[in-house]
Design a binder for this molecule. Structure first.
Ligand code: ATP
Length: 304
């Protein structure tokens, strides 16, 4: 059974194509990441999935039912975090949560209190006084409060401080283990790698990759930042690691895009006496840059 399905979903704003022929299926029980840069069409897709806007062509289904027109009872099984959380300015967070609870058959507020506590949210302030991050926390609690079967979250991690973001991802994993399917959009590869089973990469309204997180393009790339302890390493030693360039703002530090398998990378690094070393996965920008310019892992070429 698919929790979410789209078939050749297409949506224009005037002449501007926001989403083109987007087809994907999210299995019941999955955590699915929807990743892409600004303007890729993530919010548009989410709004189509919820039936908030209509497609120009194609189909969006939730639990096998087409949206719109199906909605009604279906929405009680879905939790939704919009990109921008909004509410009457004079309402407190608690007022808003009690108001939202009226839409659902909820057995008490214990789970809400737990979320409030774990996300360090103060529910007794007025909405207009909440920062962007606190509005996001309020939206997250509202999306999770009725223990939905499907959670659709538009950039849940953005705007949250790192410790709260970690706690949120822990909560998401816990509720997934209890049976909730989660679909969330993000700019962050790290978030996808942290908790997703599968992910889709979108750019300019088109899907450029969908699959298990382990098979995301760019997984074979590592960004190495290093500073040698002794004399500057030879060009040969640096070339062995990958494409190296000195970081202009940090003399003596090099940034290297390496495609070496991990063991080879480590053994090549041991030949250099190092003062500083940092190895990270590529950022989304680096990944898209790489997709534009190279064949990536496994030799597949992606046209973006
Ligand atoms: P971000 O990461 O910046 O939130 P996104 O991936 O969510 O971006 P969308 O907001 O879905 O992308 O936008 C997709 C495209 O549709 C963009 O080119 C955007 O400018 C355009 N767009 C979105 N909403 C509207 C609108 N209401 N009217 C006109 N164009 C829009």
């Amino acid at each position: 059974m698919y929790a979410v399905e789209t078939e050749q979903l297409t949506r224009y704003y005037g002449q501007n194509k926001a989403i083109i022929d987007l087809s994907m299926s999210i299995l019941d029980g999955e955590i699915f990441g929807f990743i892409g840069p600004n303007g890729a069409g993530k919010t548009t897709t989410i709004r189509l999935l919820l039936g908030l806007i209509k497609p120009n062509s194609g189909v969006a289904k939730i639990f096998g039912k087409e949206l719109p027109p199906a909605g009604g009872k279906l929405y009680r099984r879905v939790g939704y975090l919009p990109a921008e959380v909004n509410c009457y300015p004079e309402m407190t967070g608690r007022d808003f949560l009690e108001y939202a609870a009226g839409f659902y058959n909820m057995n008490g507020f214990q789970w809400v209190e737990e979320l409030v506590d774990r996300l360090s949210f103060d529910p007794d302030k007025k909405f207009h006084s909440y920062s962007h991050g606190n509005r996001k926390k309020l939206g997250i609690i509202q999306a999770l409060m009725h223990k939905p079967l499907l959670l659709i979250l538009d950039e849940p991690g953005s705007g949250l401080e790192p410790l709260i973001r970690q706690e949120l991802f822990k909560i998401l994993e816990e509720i997934n283990q209890r049976g909730t399917t989660i679909f969330f959009s993000t700019h962050s590869l790290e978030e996808v790698e942290q908790i997703c089973h599968r992910a889709a990469l979108v750019k300019q309204g088109s899907m450029i990759h969908i699959g298990p997180v382990d098979e995301l393009p760019g997984r074979g790339i590592r960004i190495v930042t290093l500073k040698a302890a002794g004399p500057q390493p030879s060009n040969v030693a640096m070339d062995r690691l990958g494409e190296a360039e000195e970081i202009p703002s940090r003399p003596g530090y090099y940034r290297i895009v390496s495609r070496l398998p991990v063991n080879e990378l480590i053994s090549s690094l041991t030949r250099i006496e190092l003062e500083y070393l940092r190895i990270t996965d590529p950022s989304l920008e680096e990944l898209f840059f790489d997709l534009n310019n190279h064949s990536v892992s496994g030799g597949a070429t992606y046209h973006v």
